[in-house]
Design a protein around this ligand. Structure first.
Ligand code: TMP
Ligand code: ASP
Length: 260
């Protein structure tokens, strides 16, 4: 497909060298994994939807002053992003008990938490991304004190913003995962939001029916994965009205609507 140099291949995305120094192209695959890649599959059209959903959410977060790696979407499956040094921590933000929290602590899924919980996991597939505390982050130097303070601040602001955004379209933001990276400018670095925000790394429940609109459909063999992701995109205003089943070429659809 391309002669571009591949920098990294992850479970759901590929990173290629970008057109200018300091940029990368982030390619969204249809591959899906769960439980540290013990379960593998593909969700046809997922990459297109996640590219579009993540573009939208990162743009809105950028607009409220949260620095992100997102520059612009290039096509159906690719976006141009700033190259960062990924901080090897997954930050999970939880508003409602679900998933591993419910399992570990025996709290029924769907229980509203009295306050938001932040958790940290060390990004290491061989170790199965173990949960860690701020003590481990400081002890092993994965992020500095100032960096961690910025990460916490951005995670909370992101949660406040996204909780409201999704509530406005009838979706409960149960929990989600964020990743951050260091952007180097000469000898100075600052932390910015990286990776993606999509139904792959969020739990999104319909507020009325509690229907799951996220990757738990795949993890738990519920079926209807792509329809769920499409529903999220549709409610965010990213799919043309009346779009059904098929994943549309969004640019083509937009042009067609404008009669171009
Ligand atoms: P958990 O309940 O399995 O710990 O997941 C919490 C949230 O973090 C959920 O929205 C899914 C997301 N997540 C990822 O994006 N990647 C992961 O590797 C894990 C474990 C969770
Ligand atoms: N995608 C992750 C993995 O396969 C886990 C998950 O999202 O459930 O490791």
């Amino acid at each position: 497909m391309s002669r571009r140099r591949q920098i990294y291949e992850g479970k759901a995305k590929i990173l290629y060298e970008g057109p200018e120094p300091g940029t990368l192209i982030q390619y969204f695959k249809d591959d899906a994994t769960a439980f540290n890649a013990q379960k593998k599959g593909t969700i046809s059209g997922k990459g297109v939807l996640n590219n579009r959903i993540s573009e939208h959410l990162f743009t809105l977060l950028g607009n409220i002053g949260i620095p992100t790696h997102f520059i612009r979407r290039l096509n159906m499956r690719e976006q141009l992003v700033r190259q960062v040094e990924i901080i090897p921590i997954e930050v999970v933000v939880r508003n409602v008990a679900a998933g591993s929290l419910s399992k570990r602590l025996g709290i029924e899924e769907g229980t509203q938490l009295p306050r938001t919980i932040l958790e940290y996991y060390y990004k290491d597939d061989a170790l199965g991304d173990p949960m860690i505390t701020e003590e481990h982050i400081a002890c092993f130097g994965w992020a500095g004190q100032d960096e961690l303070a910025d990460i916490v601040d951005m995670a909370i602001r992101t949660n406040d913003f996204l909780t409201g955004l999704f509530a406005g379209i009838g979706i409960r933001l149960v929990d989600f995962k964020l990743e951050f990276g260091r952007l180097w400018e000469d000898d100075y670095s600052r932390v910015i939001l990286a990776d993606e925000i999509s139904p792959d790394g969020c739990r999104l429940w319909d507020m009325k029916t509690s229907e799951k609109l996220d990757k738990d459909r795949f993890r738990r063999d519920l079926g209807g994965e792509v329809e769920a992701y499409q529903e999220v995109a549709r409610r965010l205003g990213l799919l043309p009205e009346g779009a059904d089943g098929a994943v549309l070429d969004l640019d083509e659809a937009r042009k067609a609507r404008k009669g171009e």
